[in-house]
Every structure is written in structure tokens, then in C-alpha cells.
Design a protein around this ligand. Structure first.
Ligand code: GLY
Ligand code: MN
Ligand code: MN
Length: 369
């Protein structure tokens, strides 16, 4: 992971002697820890990663994942693993590695306050600087290995998206459907879900961040399914919308409009374009339709070690799209009291445009009840 560490220091612009990433307790784990330390398994609660401008990395692991940590270090000659026995030993090691007068870059967005207080005590006299913008910038441009994992994560979720119609039957609840989908992703090679699966039946499809409940599916319901797989720590994110039972002409027309909006966004999506351009292209299509104003969120976000990985595209995004970004394109139309339609795909930005990571067909599916 030497290239990644060096990329971070390049973005830091010479202002730090070392980068220190510190995990707290799950879920307060800094995904940037796994960006610099590519370890296939383990939780790494309380662990630290200390990286230097020359690309060298020391990881302090607990004994709970020592074997995984040592395996990863054997595969990377620039990584040293230490397993300190308790806090005093950890702090002595920190002082040995960093001295007491270094400028140390920390991830202000992820380090807990408790963690920071422990570092202040262990390394008095240090100067702290914020690494979060540099980490965001480095992580935004994916390397070949990251793109391969995102592609696999997207393929696993896409396969399940195709299977959803076969899972629908009267009475299945939102939670049961979510459970089936997650089970199938893990059977397909995922290590888990990339976020809490959204299965929204009927009117609840109008709420983009709905959490499924024990509500049963009834003929004549529309449904929105938004979910993703984790593959070797990388997250995919896909949404498909369906109709169960007798057709609803309005929702069918809404689906066609959302697809048109997604196509309009993709038509302008390429390196160098400000992120607001694809968003506004989609919004213009929807706002020229009978559903004006019903596209109520940003067009998309980057995916990576986190499902919301740093970059976002909305009406105000001046920051340009860059080659190597992996982002979602997810317009939607939401009709309170009736339901919604969202179509979400993951793409990777290439030199001249983009390539799809997700592979599931995007046409509207009316499933016979
Ligand atoms: N599942 C939330 C999103 O699509 O961003
Ligand atoms: Mn999603
Ligand atoms: Mn998304």
C-alpha cells in the first residue's frame, strides 16, 4: 500500500512528519485505516496505523486479529506489525516511532475525541494537523485493485437485483425480502451488506431513506429496493423499482421519466465536468415533467471503502468529476402517499466518460401477483 500512503502525503503537501490513524470501537472505525492497511479480515478495534512520507507503515494491532495482521504484513514489505501488550506499551511504542515534537496528521473527521485525548497524553509536545481532506482526495481516485473489488461488489448486488421478482409473493414482508436479498448477496460472495437494505413497499417508496418493517406485500404495490454488497471491504449501491400486481400507468410513466433523467445525467458525465452538471441534467428532465420538484436529493455519491465515500453530486457541486472516481447515478421521483421510483447504478469514470459497474437491467418490471 506504499503508493496509497505516498498519495496521501502528496495531498498533505509536506506539512506532516507522519500520518496517524486510530480506530475506536465498532462502528467508530476509520475506513482510511483499511485504505493504508489492506487486511482481508479482522475488526481492528483500538488499532493504530502510523504512516511515513516514504511509504512505510507500522500497524499496532490487538491480539484479537494478530494472525490476519501478520499475514497482511507478510504480503507487503512496507508494513511492520506490532502487538503492544496494553496501553503503556502502546504509548512507549508511539513515542519511539514519533518522538515528542513531530507534526502528526490525524483524520479529524473520524478520530473520536476520546482517542484524541489519549494521543495528546501519549505524545505531549506534538503538533496536530488535519489529514481528512488529503485522505478524502486520495481515496476519491480509485486504483486498479479498488476498481476490481467495486466491480465484484456491484456484480454480486446486480445478480440479486435480477432475482428480486422471483422472491415476491403476497404477504412477504419488507424485512423478509431484505433478509432474502442479504442472504443471497452473502451466498454470492459478499462479506455482508454495505448498508442497511431498503425495501419500501407501496407509499413508503416515497421515502428515500426508509427502514424496512414487518409490512406485508399486497398485490397492487409498487416497491423500491436499495441495497449493496460488501466485497473485500468495498461497497456497492444499487436501486431497482418494481410493481407487484396490476399495472399502475402513472408509476410506469414515472419510471420512464427517471430512466430518461439517468440517461441525461450519464450523457454529460465525463472527467473535468463539475459535479452539478449531471445533477442538473437529470433535474431538468424531471422538472420539465408532471413531477416537477419531486427529485428531492443529490444525483449521486462516490462509493469505496464506505458506501458514501466522500464525493457528492448535487445542484451546487463545483468540484469536477475525475478519471478513476467510482460514483452512483441515482435519480428518483417521489410521490408522497403513493410511492416512488429510483434507479441507481454505480459507474467508474474513465478517460473519456464512464463504465457501468452494476449490470442489472434498468427497465421497469411489473411482476405478476
Ligand atoms: N442507500 C442510500 C443511497 O443510495 O445513497
Ligand atoms: Mn442506494
Ligand atoms: Mn446511493
Amino acid at each position: 500500500m506504499k503508493a496509497r500512503v505516498r498519495a496521501i502525503f502528496e495531498k498533505l503537501g509536506g506539512g506532516a512528519d507522519a500520518l496517524l490513524l486510530m480506530n475506536s470501537i465498532d462502528p467508530h472505525l476509520d475506513q482510511s485505516f483499511f485504505y493504508v492497511f489492506d487486511v482481508p479480515s479482522g475488526l481492528f478495534e483500538g488499532s493504530l496505523a502510523i504512516a511515513f512520507p516514504d511509504g512505510e507503515l507500522t500497524v499496532m494491532s490487538s491480539p484479537l486479529e494478530e494472525e490476519s495482521a501478520r499475514q497482511a504484513a507478510r504480503a507487503d514489505p512496507h508494513v511492520t506489525v506490532e502487538v503492544p501488550n496494553g496501553r503503556a506499551e502502546r504509548d512507549a511504542l508511539l513515542e519511539r516511532l514519533l518522538g515528542t515534537r513531530s507534526t502528526i496528521a490525524l483524520n479529524y473527521r473520524e478520530l473520536t475525541h476520546e482517542g484524541f485525548l489519549a494521543l495528546e497524553k501519549a505524545l505531549p509536545g506534538s503538533t496536530w494537523t488535519d489529514a481528512s481532506a488529503a485522505l478524502r482526495a486520495a481515496r476519491m481516485i480509485k486504483d486498479r485493485e479498488e476498481i476490481a473489488r467495486l466491480k465484484r461488489a456491484a456484480e454480486i448486488a446486480s445478480k440479486v437485483a435480477v432475482e428480486i421478482p422471483s422472491l415476491l409473493r403476497p404477504g412477504i414482508t419488507e424485512l423478509e425480502l431484505a433478509a432474502e436479498m442479504e442472504y443471497r448477496m452473502i451466498r454470492g460472495g459478499a462479506s455482508g451488506r454495505s448498508f442497511a437494505t431498503i425495501t419500501a413497499f407501496g407509499a413508503m417508496g416515497a421515502e428515500p431513506h426508509y427502514a424496512p418493517r414487518d409490512r406485508p406485500l399486497t398485490p397492487g404495490s409498487s416497491l423500491v429496493c436499495d441495497f449493496g454488497a460488501l466485497y473485500r471491504r468495498y461497497a456497492s449501491d444499487i436501486t431497482r423499482s418494481f410493481r407487484f400486481g396490476p399495472a399502475d400507468p402513472e408509476l410506469k410513466a414515472v419510471h420512464e421519466k427517471v430512466l430518461e433523467a439517468q440517461e441525461a445525467a450519464l450523457a454529460v458525465l465525463r472527467p473535468g465536468v463539475p459535479g452539478k452538471e449531471p445533477h442538473l441534467a437529470a433535474q431538468r428532465v424531471i422538472d420539465a415533467s408532471p413531477w416537477r420538484g419531486r427529485f428531492i436529493h443529490g444525483l449521486g455519491h462516490s462509493v469505496g471503502l464506505a458506501v458514501h465515500d466522500g464525493y457528492g453530486m448535487n445542484a451546487l457541486t463545483e468540484e469536477p468529476i475525475e478519471e478513476g472516481m467510482a460514483i452512483t447515478v441515482e435519480p428518483g421521483i417521489y410521490l408522497p402517499g403513493k410511492g416512488g421510483v429510483r434507479i441507481e447504478d454505480d459507474i467508474v469514470v474513465t478517460g473519456s466518460g464512464y463504465e457501468f459497474l452494476t449490470t442489472a437491467p434498468r427497465e421497469y418490471l411489473e411482476v405478476r401477483a
